[in-house]
Design a protein around this ligand. Sequence first.
Ligand code: B12
Ligand code: SF4
Length: 445
Amino acid sequence: MSPCEPKYVNYSKSKRVVCSALRLLAAYTPREHQVILADQGYGEEVHHDHIDVVGISAMTSQANAAYALAAWYKERGAKVVMGGIHASVLPDEAARHVDAVCVGEGDALWPKILEDAAAGRLRSIYRPSGLFPVEAIPPFRRDLGVRRKTTFNHAMIQATRGCPYSCEFCITSALFGKKYRCRPVEQVVEEIKACGSKSIFFLDDNIFCSPAYCEELFAKLVPLKIHWVGQASLSSVTKNAALLKLAKRSGAMGLFIGLESVNQASKQASSAASKLGTSELVEVGKKIRLILDHGLLVQSSMIFGLDGDDTTVFERTVDFLNANHVSLSSFCILTPYPGTRIYDRFKTEGRLLHEDWSYYSNENVVMRPAQMSPEQLKNGSDWAGTTFYRRRSILNRFRSNWRRPLFYLGMSMFTRQANYTNHGPGAIERMPRPERAMWRKACVA
Ligand code: B12
Ligand code: SF4
């Protein structure tokens, strides 16, 4: 089950993706078990009778909803197991609400947990003995969680795991390892062929991390005539123009790139990955242009609220992205997720406004920023999200994004709509009354 707070139902619907962990765990589930996959973010029913074991996957913003769901099932005698990023970083907290917690990779543990549940010997916390051998990852169960056509009908594929960096605000390399592990290319290609979709979304943290692996993978994707999108770091993508060309030939439509900040003062405090190749804005601009010139869209992810940020950062960010014709951008409010180094720092400095996990989603201010008020941060971030997607800006950026016209315009208009609904003028006033009160309380705490 993938739980969701009622306040996020519309928001998560706008993302239009199914929780991939559930489809993978279903693939590890022995076929004698009947499996129901349900995603509350789509408004799907997650309360079912006559269930023996419930597996819940949750990010931090889903944790409270997960605990409520666990209570409902426990009352009815079902065994509840929780995994995913939140339970992995706070296993003791999760263990107070569920029967068993899976820390980190569930690949080897889930079949073991099912066995233990059947034998009535569930342990409270399960930890993997090492990193899972990625060549043993099976194809996702795509027959489960099939939905009517939505905006994004990408098939999710995971080719690699792990990230060699360790940014202050991110926990993934601590959980999934610094070692970059690549599935055999043949397996990835077979899974893509079998999935029946020509649009692929690579779930990897950085699909461009190993040039040798990319070369082999992209070359084998060319004959499949697919379209794909994925995440990458700016420095790894732009190191090798020949690889970019090959990526385009293999069907790459666009890359999601964590630029984080245009503010040098903030960048220095923020991450190791960005320091590798993005120390000067001019250089960053050149690298963005290189990707655009190869016919790939660039979706940047920007973080607001880093310690070097003051109230000028919002306008400077939008100006920079427009000037460099960045195709699309997400604007995230710095969120010190539990388990990260930045969480420990903010906690020690007494700068966390509250620990209501349901607000920990990069959409709300949950900490006290160094150089502005929480309200200025929230309003500035919302302003950036709507200003960047003004019709005139979308058209201006079209000049460098014309190689993928339908994708560019379609994605821009879709994101524009989602941003106006979630962050546009009056978005807070449109929130249900208790949420609005909570939000305001959080901001003045
Ligand atoms: C791909 C991805 C996305 C995709 C698609 C996600 C999806 N639904 O499939 C998109 C781009 C849409 C996305 C969006 C968001 N994401 Co995201 N995303 C990821 C990423 C890179 C990979 C997740 C993934 O699918 N991995 C592949 C699957 C198979 O593995 P897995 O989920 O890790 O599951 C394994 C284990 O965790 C475990 N497990 C998981 N669940 C369970 C359950 C049980 C019962 C058991 C036993 C085991 C188990 O077993 C699995 C196999 O080993 C992660 C970073 C990462 N490396 O984890 C961030 C990450 C999960 N995302 C994050 C965030 C914050 C978001 C957003 C909120 C950002 C935003 N503001 O827009 C949104 C939320 C969207 C939504 N409504 O759900 C954060 C979560 C942090 C936190 N503590 O909550 C992460 C960790 C990124 C980060 N570095 O901080 N995301
Ligand atoms: S590069 Fe990305 S995945 Fe790796 S540690 Fe930094 S934010 Fe996390």
